[in-house]
Write a protein that binds this ligand. Sequence first.
Ligand code: 3PG
Length: 213
Amino acid sequence: TLPLLEPTLSGPRVVPVLVLDDPEDAVSLAKALVAGGLTTLEVTLRTPKALACAEAIAAKVPDALVGLGTLVRPEQFAQARDAGARFLVSPGLTDTLAQAAKATGLPYLPGIATVSEALIAWEHGFRELKFFPAMLNGGVPALKGMAPLIPEVRFCPTGGIKAENLRDFLALPNVFTVGGTWLTPADAVKERRWADIERLAREASALAGSPLA
Ligand code: 3PG
């Protein structure tokens, strides 16, 4: 069986999805998120320095569990592992990506949006999937509909999740965590408003950690 992310998680079930292009700022930002209670961080491969940013966080923020996301080419998987990623995420799935992911030996969350895609991921052996983009693809009702069809699969919905709706997702038995970019608004990162980001992380931690409605 393939390695899973969930058993390695601790703390609130919220994964900040990060777009970073400066390793020094990446470390400051990661420290702010960890101070706010969020320790599982996904650095997306959407900038030229994303790998260096993940590497810097892995080296300098020991309390963070750093993963790399937006993996869309097979060669990116070994690069992500070599940068110190502890888990890997893609917005979709192909046979080539599935093979590259398995070769790393790391937990991998492929992205799916439909039942057929979830079944394909299942056939590859993946049991933790990213449901993406979650709100555009039916949100909570869509995930409820998946549960009886593929009961062994657990989801990390991302795409349109924020403080207002994260508890609705976390209340579903087939959701093990949620993710999103709302914790790190682009202007706050650009202006290095780390205290604001820590406050957003603290708010999300409280919402995710308190008893679910
Ligand atoms: C992702 O890759 O997970 C998404 O960009 C997150 O979507 P969001 O920006 O709506 O949170």
